[in-house]
Design a protein around this ligand. Structure first.
Ligand SMILES: C=C(O[C@@H]1C=C(C(=O)O)C=C[C@H]1O)C(=O)O
Length: 342
């Protein structure tokens, strides 16, 4: 298990790196930065790590740094610990959701994604937890990102922001959540919530790209959850390139809301904490002319001696605040289920 030993060593040396495994692949990718400076993204080809709103837009450039790949061998599941959060956020989160619902009902906006940070006052074994994350969520984009001046994040996200190959692009509209079962049936609220996301993306790009194709929404699984997902693809044009598309998409209504500016404003004024890199995006930018980016969901941050798990859910006029609270609890299980104690 060469790569995991190497990760352990990099953590001890405080070197910036990212290790990632793409959805449905069994190849690990490791990119190690040779210095410990903060490199801000300015279009360099590299692995990008972008915040939701404010904060450093980071890149580990491919040029001048060490990139390696290898096959993952069978990973034995390490024993997990079920840590509990000391603070009870139920009432505060339900109040936040109620405020979101009433603001929507007043016609201020159509959708807002509200989130919270669950703090576990525990220390985890980073490498073993990352191994569990890789083996438990084979269909997700799985990563561990470390920068001594930024922090340590890991996640298993089900959501692609965009994939671009030459001038072909693909993105998804992902929304609507329930616990996964054999026969998933969707309520109007979730169908409408997902349709908002599809419509928004289509409106943003339809006059700018060629050959736009939008699929019907399908049920997909992500860990213990089911979501609704549509695939959207098309061709970039000379006037609308990768960066324009990324700017048009991020943050999508799947993690922010609709209309975008009003939803961001509500989030910044009311959530009461900094999302940092949660609901931002990350991945390969312009690697051999391809870009493969994911939305940073189902993730955690290790900060001093605590673990922060970030979770959110889409609020529409029909949201029930208690149901939404339990939806965030369910989403937190993606990370909680794989934690290994130090
Ligand atoms: C915001 C999150 O997930 C997003 C919100 C969803 C929803 O509201 O149903 C579903 C998938 C994601 O687009 C999260 O996991 O924190």
């Amino acid at each position: 298990m060469q790569v995991f030993e190497e990760i352990q060593a990099l953590l001890l040396q405080h070197k910036p790196f990212v290790c990632y495994v793409k959805p449905n692949e069994a190849v690990w990718n490791l990119l190690v930065q040779q210095t410990d400076e903060i490199i801000e993204f300015s279009n360099q080809a590299g692995f990008v790590f972008m915040p939701f709103h404010e904060g450093k837009q980071l890149v580990i450039p491919f040029e001048g740094n060490n990139f390696s790949q290898g096959n993952l061998e069978n990973l034995e599941k390490k024993p997990t610990e079920s840590f509990t959060s000391e603070s009870n956020q139920k009432e505060a989160f339900e109040n936040l959701v109620s405020k979101g619902v009433s603001t929507i009902q007043q016609g201020k906006f159509d959708k807002v994604v509200l989130s919270r940070k669950i703090v576990l006052k525990e220390q985890i074994a980073i490498v073993e937890t990352f191994q569990n994350l890789i083996s438990t969520y084979p269909t997700a984009f799985r990563y561990l990102f470390f920068h001594p001046k930024i922090g340590l994040w890991m996640g298993a996200t089900p959501e692609q922001l965009v994939k671009i190959n030459q001038n072909q692009f693909e993105t998804v509209a992902l929304a609507g959540t329930q616990l996964y079962s054999e026969n998933v049936i969707w309520a109007t609220k979730e169908i409408e919530e997902q349709q908002f996301v599809t419509d928004y993306i289509v409106t943003k790009v339809k006059d700018k790209v060629n050959n736009l194709i939008v699929s019907d929404a399908k049920t997909v699984s992500a860990g213990n959850l089911a979501h609704l997902k549509s695939f959207i693809s098309g061709e970039l044009t000379a006037d609308f390139q990768a960066n324009d598309l990324i700017k048009a998409l991020h943050p999508t209504p799947a993690v922010c809301g609709l209309p975008k500016e009003k939803a961001i404003d509500f989030i910044l004024k009311n959530e009461g904490y900094n999302r940092k890199y949660y609901a931002g995006f990350l991945g390969e930018y312009n690697k051999d002319n391809q870009t493969d980016l994911f939305v940073n969901l189902r993730c955690l941050e290790v900060e001093n001696d605590v673990v922060n798990i970030y979770v959110g859910c889409g609020i529409t006029k029909d949201s029930n605040s208690e149901k939404e609270f339990f939806e965030t609890e369910n989403k937190s299980m993606t990370m909680r289920n794989i934690l290994v104690s130090k």
